[in-house]
Design a protein around this ligand. Sequence first.
Ligand code: G6P
Length: 368
Amino acid sequence: DAADKGEYRHYMLKEIYEQPKVIKNTLQGRISKDKILEQAFGTEAKAILDRAEHVQIVACGTSYHSGLVARYWLEEIAGVPCSVEVASEFRYRKFVVPKNSLFVTISQSGETADTLAALRLAKTLGYASSLAICNVAQSSLVRESDLAIMTEAGPEIGVASTKAFTTQLVALLLVTIALGRRHGLTAEAEAEMVAALHSLPEAIESTLTLDAEIKRKSEHFADKNHSLFLGRGAQYPVAMEGALKLKEISYIHAEAYPAGELKHGPLALVDADMPIVAVAPNNELIEKLKSNLEEVAARGGELFVFADVNTGLSSGPGLISVHMPTVASVIEPIIYTVPLQLLSYHVAVLKGTDVDQPRNLAKSVTVE
Ligand code: G6P
């Protein structure tokens, strides 16, 4: 029952722990052993996906961050060009509509005023079709889009979005594979990705076992006023989402940077009072990320790194590490989101804020 916190102290924690289950629900009926079941997206899906040569994603807040992750997937896996923009910017500027562009909105509530207005505008300006990735079936966004792929996160009560984000990523990965099929994605590559999707619930379960360790280590954070979150590649939007979570519920100023941009400004801020959080899966960017982290350490910054167990990044002077399980690279953005959710949660609890109802924020922003 969504309205019941059960054994959890806050809805946010309950919703973080629900992720293996709701991800399973979001995959339900949409994948077989080694393929995605595209028919499950609806009868109109085929024609809409066949036509799409470009994807324009528009969303707000956390949903915008899932769109940013999807851009990495769409361009790398599906070979489809993709642009992503926050709805409040998109709707008020002049833009060029690419040929055969699929307009994708992402929203937990389906009622966010700016996202809805952007969709209404897009429909008048020549986008080929519209797709909503949404968690509320009866919402305006779903009703007004040509196609909707529902996330099955169930009601999300904590204002800071958690399970809605990870289920959006799952839905976006399904869309990526479906589009990829039309642009040269092989059956073998699809099977590998579907295997990765199947592995998600268990991989999240094993990440959740890090909770007590993250709680302990979050104590280093609670007296800080500023922090920097770093990631590279698809982990950059994950870092952005981590920073947003921390801001929203702990009121600690948090900024996210692509790690390679450090030297172009933020390095000047680094000192012992500003913890630096980094997400470090063991991928092709790890050596580059490590050298970015060395630059931070050399300036006396305290590092807090969520690192794949095989990266060789282990706790030592100036470095607190939490070892993450090794997972298929395509699902890393989903898996590395979870410890950042837990970090913000525990920091907020230590600070004594109203975790589920942070000051000045609303669950759904239905007016401009
Ligand atoms: C508000 C919420 C955020 C959410 C954003 C977009 O700011 O506090 O958690 O990400 O709206 O909401 P949507 O329902 O469109 O995903």
